[in-house]
Design a protein around this ligand. Structure first.
Ligand SMILES: Nc1ncnc2c1ncn2[C@@H]1O[C@H](COP(=O)(O)OP(=O)(O)O)[C@@H](O)[C@H]1O
Ligand SMILES: [Mg+2]
Length: 418
């Protein structure tokens, strides 16, 4: 059995049931009206949650693919024993969830080890196949996604610290997969371009000039003077990804495998967020931006809801913006259909009208937004290349993505005239 915490308070219990899991809210949490539910998919109630809804919520907290298997090995967890893996690495999770085996309390004092630049280089040394998974195990840290990654704490003097035993983290660091040339520069470029074009995106950069891994500041760990540990003044905000909200397993996140499409993502926003029209417009701009840079991996786990301290619930800043289309060997196909199109090159003018309908936006408003976006991207393309060259070093992938973006913005402008 495992104790589930939300914002460092116990909220319920997780037990294994055959091959499944079951989550039950604690009586105290049910009685405490200031304590929210762990997920929009599991409103507070006395009866346990089992089946797909519980599996989808908890499995979406875990890593996926080969990296998940490596973490299973490092923690001595049997392959596919997901509750045991949650117990082993759930001390610091996406959002404000923490998971501890029954009888084991989260440490009262947060523990860290200082990390020099050379320690960071060793941690991300591609020749050291287990360093990241080992750091993740020692940190009891769970992060979703397929890329090998870990999270660290950067203090106010910009020094890095290695978290231990569920200690709060501030940044996520991803090891670029060697199979995709210049993936690091690709993601840095797309995120910087989106930021400069006016999308709301997570802050990104390199952890240190000599450490070439993707680093993003966690939007679910904000600075706060009221943090319990004055030496690590961050608090947790809760977030849940759209697969969690929509009860979709990570293995089914692509629309052609039964995963959510744009219409369902828009309905999450219209049903739950504090400012649905603004957030749906942000969703539209995200779709347009993914089309422009050729991000075919824009699935529902790359969208999240963020629970803000003022009690607002909003579409979280964007993350994981990568041009997959610059890799010619990958099978073409977008994670969610654009209207009826299943590939970006197949998108027709009518598909944008369908997208507007899926998002329940008037065509005139959607059209204006897409045209504005195309103009904004065009306006910042050259300066984004210059700033990425300067800040992250030159890479041929900037030129390839910029060329694709030029073609796509002109096509988008041509397709949205009427
Ligand atoms: N800046 C961020 N702040 C908070 N959470 C983030 C941030 N970036 C990513 N995440 C979380 O980490 C997960 C994995 O990150 P992502 O960049 O999508 O990795 P991958 O390339 O492996 O899919 C995301 O699904 C999201 O839950
Ligand atoms: Mg992702």
């Amino acid at each position: 059995m495992y104790t589930i915490y939300l914002y460092d308070q116990p909220i319920g219990r997780l037990i294994t049931r055959g091959t499944g899991i079951q989550f039950t809210y604690d009586v105290q949490a049910l009685a405490n009206s200031s304590m929210p539910a762990i997920s929009l998919s599991m409103p507070k109630r006395e009866e346990p949650y089992g089946g797909k809804v519980a599996r989808a919520f908890f499995l979406n907290l875990l890593p996926e693919g080969a990296y998940k298997r490596l973490v299973e090995q490092m923690t001595g967890t049997s392959a596919g024993n997901d509750s045991a893996l949650l117990g082993a690495i759930g001390g610091e999770c996406p959002g404000a969830i923490a998971i501890w085996p029954e009888g084991q309390l989260p440490p009262a004092i947060l523990h860290y080890e200082p990390l020099t630049t050379s320690d960071l280089q060793q941690l991300f040394d591609p020749l050291n196949a287990t360093a990241i998974a080992s750091a993740t195990r020692r940190a009891r840290l769970s992060l979703a996604g397929v890329q090998e990654k870990t999270a660290l704490y950067r203090d106010d003097t910009n020094n890095w610290q290695r978290p231990l035993d569920g200690a709060i983290t501030s940044h996520i660091l991803k090891q670029p997969a060697a199979a995709f040339p210049h993936l690091l520069e690709n993601e840095l470029f797309c995120m910087t371009l989106a930021d400069r074009a006016g999308l709301d995106v997570a802050h990104v950069g390199l952890p240190a000039p000599a450490v070439r891994v993707f680093c993003t500041e966690r939007f679910d760990r904000i600075r706060s003077a009221g943090a319990p540990d004055a030496a690590h003044p961050r608090i947790k905000l809760h977030q849940e990804d759209f697969c969690q909200v929509l009860e979709v397993l990570p293995s089914q996140k692509y629309q052609d495998e039964g995963g959510p499409g744009l219409k369902q993502c828009a309905s999450v926003l219209s049903t739950f967020t504090t400012l649905p029209i603004e957030d749906i417009t942000r969703l539209l701009r995200w779709v347009g931006f993914n089309y422009i840079v050729g991000n075919e991996d824009a699935h529902a786990k790359n969208l999240a809801l963020l629970y803000l301290p003022n009690s607002e619930l909003r579409l979280a800043p964007h993350y994981d913006l990568v041009s997959t289309e610059v890799y010619p060997d990958l099978a073409r196909g977008c994670a969610m259909k654009i209207g009826r199109a299943t590939t970006f090159s197949g998108v027709q003018a009518t598909d944008w009208k369908r997208v507007a309908a899926m998002l329940d936006l008037p065509w005139s408003a959607a059209r204006d937004e897409l045209r504005t976006l195309a103009g904004q991207v065009n306006q910042v393309l050259v300066q984004t290349q210059a700033s990425c060259n300067e800040n992250f070093g030159s890479a041929p992938v900037y030129v390839s993505i910029a060329a694709l973006a030029e073609t796509r913005t002109s096509r988008l402008l041509a397709d949205t005239v009427r």
